[in-house]
Each structure stands twice: as C-alpha cells, then as structure tokens.
Design a protein around this ligand. Structure first.
Ligand code: NDP
Length: 399
C-alpha cells in the first residue's frame, strides 16, 4: 500500500482521484495539490465514500522547492503530475531531491515557446537511473495508451511493424459553439502548430491542419481527420524498431475550425503579451479565461470518443494489418466520475501507470516512455478500469 501525491486539480486530476479511490489496496492515501486549494477540496468532496484517505494542499509546482517541501511533509512513493506541461521539469527535480517516483501525461513545453519535445525530460535519464527511481513519461491516452498498444502489437501481433496511424476521434457534442475539451491554452497551442509525420526515417513538415482525410470510425461513423504533430510520434519513431511511417490524425468539426480560424486571424491565439490598460496580457490567456472551463463540459457532453492505432507490418513472413482501439462514452464517464471522456481517457491510464510503478511491473530506474515497459499488465488493467480495448484484424486503412 502506498501514498501518491497528485499535482493538478483540473478535469484529468478529478478522474485520477476517483480512480485511485477505486483501488484502496494500492493507493492507501492520496494528497491533491494545486495553487488553488479550493479546487482540490472540491474534488475531495466529490468522491463518495472514499476508501482511500484524501488530503489536499496548496503548491506552486513551478517552484521545485515548494514541491520538495510538500513531498517531505506528505511522504508519497510517487508524484502523479496532472498539472500543465510547464511544471514537468520542476516536479522531476523535486522527485530527484526527495527520492520519489514520477509520472506525467504530457511532455515538457517551455511557457514562452509553443514547442514540445522529449529532449528536456530525456536529459534526466541518468539522474533517475543513478537514484534508482522510475519516471514514466506520457501515461495518458495519446500519448500513453497509444504507446502501450504499440508495445502490445509488437509483442503479440507482429515480427515487424512498418507503419502506424494513430486516430483520435471525438464525436462528443457539448452544445457550445466553441470550447476545448482540455486546457484551452495547451489545446490551441497544439492545434495551431505546424504538423509533421515520420516517413522513411525522416520527419516531413506540413502547414497547420493542411492535410485532411475522411475516416469511418467504428461506433462513431465518418469524420474529417487532420494530420497533426503529436508528442508520441517522437518516442515511437525511436522505440518501434524498423518503423517506416507514423502519422497522427485528429477529428475536428468544420464549426470548430471556423471559430479557430477567426480567433487566429484576429490575433486571439497569440502567446505574446500585449499591454491593455496598463497590464501585460497574452491574448491566448485572455481567450482561455473567456472560454468554458473544460471541467464544466462534463454534464453537457453527449456522444463517444474512439482513439486507436492501425498497424501494418509482417507476421510469420506474411503482411498483416491490425487495429486496436477504445470507444468511450462521455455520459457514462460523467455518471461514473463527474468528468467527460477526454479527461477520463487521460486520467484512467495515469492511475494505471502509477499502479504499475507502485505494484512493481513498471518499476525500473530511469526515465521511460510507456512503450518501453511490458504492456501486458497495463492492457489487463485497461479492461478492468473502464477503458476496454477492441481488436480488428481487417480494418479499413487511412489511404
Ligand atoms: P486543467 O487546465 O483542467 O487543469 C490543470 C491543473 O493544473 C489546474 O487544476 C491548475 O490548478 C493546475 N496548475 C496549473 N499550474 C500549476 C502550478 N504552477 N502549480 C500547481 N498546479 C498548477 O487541465 P487538464 O486536467 O485538462 O489536463 C491536465 C494535463 O493532462 C495537461 O498537462 C494536459 O496537457 C494533459 N493531457 C494529456 C492527454 C493525454 O492523452 N496524454 C489528454 C488531455 C490532457 P491551479 O490553477 O489551482 O494551480
């Protein structure tokens, strides 16, 4: 039995807390911490009959010393970082200073530059290895389950994977003309960035949202999908031996993209601060403040998500295709934990990853992406913890 410190008190943290409390045999005690302790208290109060002891704290995780002090007070075995990508390095520093395992769901991004990559966190490998501590990077759904699916496909279905298409569909409708399903700032920074994919050992760049196709998703139907750069492409290109092509696709409705284009055209997605009535404010921060809080979308969102991976490769000398995916229902998630499916599909794998470290199968010294661990115990827990997976051995391919 162990203690976990959960940093962040947004939609994803809410799911992590509820899911930890469903496993009191692993999570004996948890502490929820963010800058605003009242948000942590609200999550604590929303858990009915918790069998895990829950406390809350205030911490500014941009300041490693504050996290160190909290860890020393609470004495957890692992920190589950579900704050924002900006805090990854300061929390990793605090884990090293106190001898505690680390897990997150998004890779580091400097606040002043809309650019994410793993190099900053991979630079901690030697320090975690020497300290005998485990750092698990990107244990959400994508990144996260998509990496576990890939390790599973390679272990059980293929001798060699040649190509991978990651497909992320959200057919949920929240009834607002425009809102983002997770942190608007992180979401808009990701979508308005240039796209890229891996092909023949090289990275090919594309203009933002320039490549569009249509895909007929199981249990959802046909949707427009757009090619994006996404963080797991970087680690999977290294960790799937011989892979030739990896692409990431996400669905967006025409309505969503029209709003985004207008906001971009009028300068509202810029992260460069401008002076307004004596105050320096980044337009994107202002936009975040006027958009609906993603956590408030839960009760309104109806429909399903479908996130999965289509593999093409070779098994026993013959070509093979294989599709692994999960379908998640927004309202079923809300009924269970009080969050919509985007938060649910991120929070459940974060809890499972922490469980894997605490129970032992994923405990090894160093900094790792999820596809570098044994996928089997994680895949088993996905089926038990609300994210069952479906296999299709003759899927329609993305042309
Ligand atoms: P929210 O914006 O809802 O929540 C973020 C939380 O972080 C807030 O509660 C905020 O609370 C806290 N926070 C922000 N800055 C600090 C700080 N300096 N110190 C302490 N706490 C801080 O985001 P989500 O819950 O939607 O997302 C959480 C994470 O999950 C993000 O990193 C996101 O990128 C990632 N994600 C990953 C996905 C995946 O599949 N891998 C998919 C979706 C999201 P306060 O203001 O009180 O500090």
């Amino acid at each position: 039995m162990a203690k976990a410190l959960i940093i962040g008190a947004g939609g994803v943290a809410n799911v992590v807390v509820h899911k930890c409390c469903q496993h009191p045999d692993v999570f004996e005690e948890i502490c929820i911490a963010s800058r605003t302790q009242s948000k942590c208290e609200a999550i604590r109060a929303s858990v009915k009959d918790p069998r895990t002891k829950i406390t809350t704290a205030s911490v500014d995780a941009d300041v490693a010393d504050e996290v160190v002090a909290l860890i020393r007070r609470f004495q957890p075995q692992i920190v589950i970082n579900v704050a924002l990508p900006y805090q990854d390095l300061s929390i990793m520093d605090a884990c090293l200073a106190t001898g505690v395992h680390y897990l997150d769901t998004a890779n580091y991004e400097p606040p002043e530059v809309p650019h994410f990559e793993y190099s900053w966190q991979w630079a901690y490998r030697e320090r975690f290895r020497k300290a005998g501590l485990t750092a698990v990077l990107g244990s959400g759904f994508d990144p996260g389950v998509t990496g576990v699916f890939s390790a599973y496909a390679l272990k059980h279905q293929f001798d060699r994977i040649d190509s991978l298409d990651i497909l992320d569909a959200n057919a949920g409708d929240h009834g607002y003309p425009f809102a983002t399903n997770f942190n608007p700032e992180i979401n808009i920074r990701e979508i308005t960035a240039k796209g890229s994919y891996f092909d023949g050992g090289k990275w090919i760049g594309t203009e933002p949202l320039a490549v569009r196709k249509t895909y007929d998703f199981p249990q959802i139907g046909p949707k427009d999908i757009y090619l994006l750069h996404h963080e797991e492409l970087e680690s999977l290109a290294q960790n799937l031996p011989g892979i030739q092509r990896i692409r990431f696709w996400m669905t967006f409705s025409e309505k969503y993209l029209t709003h985004l284009r207008v906001l971009e055209n009028v300068g509202m997605t810029s992260i460069v601060p401008i002076e307004i009535q004596g105050q320096m404010i980044a337009p994107l921060h202002f936009l975040k403040a006027v958009l609906p809080d993603p956590a408030s979308l839960g009760p309104r969102t109806k429909g399903k998500t479908n996130i999965g991976c289509i593999y093409q490769g070779v098994k026993d000398g013959k070509p093979k295709t294989y599709y692994l995916y999960n379908v998640c229902d927004h309202q079923a998630c809300y009924a269970e934990v009080g969050s919509q499916a985007i938060s649910y599909t991120t929070g459940v794998p974060a809890m499972i990853g922490a469980m894997m470290v605490l129970k032992g199968p994923w405990r090894k010294p160093g900094v790792f992406n999820v596809e570098e661990f044994d996928p089997d115990p994680f895949m088993e827990q996905l089926n038990l913890c609300g994210l069952p997976w479906v296999e299709d051995f003759s899927p329609v391919l993305v042309d």
